[in-house]
Design a protein around this ligand. Sequence first.
Ligand code: TYD
Length: 230
Amino acid sequence: MISHMSRCGKFITFEGLDGTGKSTQLGKLATALRAAGVKVVETREPGGTPTGEKIRRVLLDSSTDGLSPLTEMALMFASRAQHIAEVIQPALEQGSIVLCDRFTDSTEAYQGSGRRLGSESVLSLHRVLCGDLQPDLTILLDSDAASSLGRARRRNQRASRRRRGGHGDENRFEQETRTFFARVREGYLAIAAREPQRVVLVDASGTPSQTHSQIMQVVSRKLKLPARIS
Ligand code: TYD
């Protein structure tokens, strides 16, 4: 078991379907916290370390053929274990606020529910490989699957066109079916219902600045940050 005893920082994760605006909102929160003098580390999964970014390429490139669901889950956790050891745990020990774009809830929603591997296998691996590290707060951005996926697809197509041949893309998950993403969303909502203390559902269907103000309220309430931040 990894020890997570020494932890004076705060760990905040962002979750939601592809294209719900997680990265934009994470960046806005980071700017607001930094302006208030808080030390912030921004990171993402899969990825976040040099090894994790290599694993990310294997996982997200649409030219990766025939990856079994179990291998996919194992690679998500391989990236995560390295990320905790190299980035998250040291930053928490130094008292930073760590903002992470996706964490184990993504594996429970996408592999557990979307790929039907079940929550229990995800939670067991999380205990073994991640020392059961839990975020202090998880912001779950929710909007209907069709509009967020449309957004993600358009963004990834633009990014693919900008890349020169042979550099790969990040489209593998976006090629999944509507019913896959409906299961992923159900998976997320089940986690939110099970852990209401940790997971806060935020409506992501408004403008980015409307969503940002909801997030600021949640963060200052939950983390008891100084009033000047909100
Ligand atoms: P991300 O870069 O956050 O995509 P987006 O910005 O489109 O939301 O994540 C890449 C993909 O990886 C996304 O489709 C979800 C998937 N994923 C999993 O299936 N399981 C996981 O554990 C993680 C971290 C991501």
